[in-house]
Ligand binder design. Structure first.
Ligand code: SAM
Ligand code: SF4
Ligand code: SF4
Length: 326
């Protein structure tokens, strides 16, 4: 379905929980987090109902996110339910990888098409600094397990932070020579109340690309219709790809195909907008599918034109990233 700015909206990012087993410095504070009460979180049944209606309104791809989606019990059965929704072409998952070793095989067999693992460093001590948990090896073993059960490509999400992991950009790029991974560099975004964003620790995707080019010839690849807004490249001789997500510096809002549903049942047309449409209350009050479908259609139609951010003067939206789902 088209929104009021003529964009095809076919991709739903579904946050299934706001809980997480890591505390990444740019996403969640170390302590004092108030989680959404369980009663306010959509049940899997409610999520399936809403996804079905979203698919009737043009959604073709769903990505499960969070919080950390693998901490929510019953996810395999839920994905299995999603895979039975007619018209839904792709189910993907973004995970921090902590539980991936245990889940990889079941995920592979339940209808999940793609997997993204977030990992901002290849150095164990630094992993502890960034995530505040000493779980580097567990995550790396999870990635290896995902590879061995046949996920291909595995996407590795790297949030670049100057002074924290910018000296590893080339190591991550080199990984694509060894492994068929798609390494995606994401610009640090000013989200939530976590005061970690500043232009001093921001690295633009242009800076990343310039660095990557020092490793060899770089060719650009055209994205497919369900791809997100990343610019894709391949280094000559590499098995994998490099993706650049210039959330701030390259305003991909013109091509944005995303809708978001939060774990507590609010639809969001834009990651950076505080405007939300509550679909849980009408669903729980027994409103019919036509009513709910109209809410979904209106959210799509009125999706904000862009993020309204200035590169170096960010406004911060009220929800933290773990409550939106990235
Ligand atoms: N817990 C899962 C994970 O980390 O992959 C899924 C949820 S997480 C919110 C989704 C993605 O958002 C991750 O790749 C994470 O690195 C990214 N993210 C979180 N906060 C961010 C920020 N302030 N700027 C850029 N990316 C961010
Ligand atoms: Fe958790 Fe993902 Fe946020 Fe890190 S980025 S704290 S893993 S939700
Ligand atoms: Fe889409 Fe909003 Fe992100 Fe722009 S800022 S790409 S409109 S979600």
């Amino acid at each position: 379905m088209l929104d009021n700015n003529n964009r095809v909206i076919n991709y739903l990012r579904l946050s299934i929980t706001d809980r997480c087993n890591l505390r990444c410095i740019y996403c969640m504070p170390e302590e004092g987090i108030s989680f959404i009460p369980h009663s306010q979180i959509l049940s899997y049944e409610e999520m399936l109902h809403l996804v079905r209606l979203c698919v009737q309104n043009g959604i073709r791809k769903v990505r499960l996110t969070g919080g950390e989606p693998l901490v929510r019990k019953g996810i395999i059965k839920f994905i299995d339910g999603l895979s039975k929704i007619e018209g839904l072409e792709e189910i993907a998952l973004t995970t921090n990888g902590v539980f991936l070793k245990d889940f990889a095989s079941d995920l592979r067999n339940c209808g999940l098409c793609r997997i993204n693992v977030s990992m901002d460093t290849l150095i164990p001590d630094r992993f502890f600094h960034i995530t505040r948990r000493d779980l580097f090896h567990q995550v790396w073993e999870g990635i290896e397990e995902a590879e061995s059960v046949g996920f291909n490509p595995i996407k590795i999400n790297v949030v670049g932070i100057k002074g924290v992991n910018d000296d590893e950009i080339l190591d991550f790029a080199r990984l694509t020579f060894e492994k068929p991974f798609h390494v995606r560099f994401i610009e640090l975004m000013p989200i939530g109340k976590v005061d970690s964003w500043s232009s001093r620790n921001f690295i633009s995707t242009d800076e990343v690309l310039n660095l990557v080019k020092t490793l060899g010839k770089v060719t650009s690849i055209n994205p497919g219709p369900l791809s997100g807004p990343s610019q894709r490249y391949v280094l000559e001789g590499a098995k994998g790809e490099i993706g650049l997500i210039g959330a701030l510096s390259h305003h991909f809002c013109d091509h944005c195909n995303r809708l978001r549903l939060t774990a507590d049942g609010s639809l969001k047309g834009c990651l950076f907008s505080d405007s939300e449409v509550d679909v849980k209350t009408p669903l729980r009050r027994g409103k019919d599918d036509k009513y709910l479908s109209d809410l979904i259609r209106n959210t799509i139609l009125n999706k904000p034109k862009d993020h309204g951010l200035n590169e170096y003067k960010p406004r911060k939206c009220v929800r933290t990233m773990n409550r939106i789902g990235g």
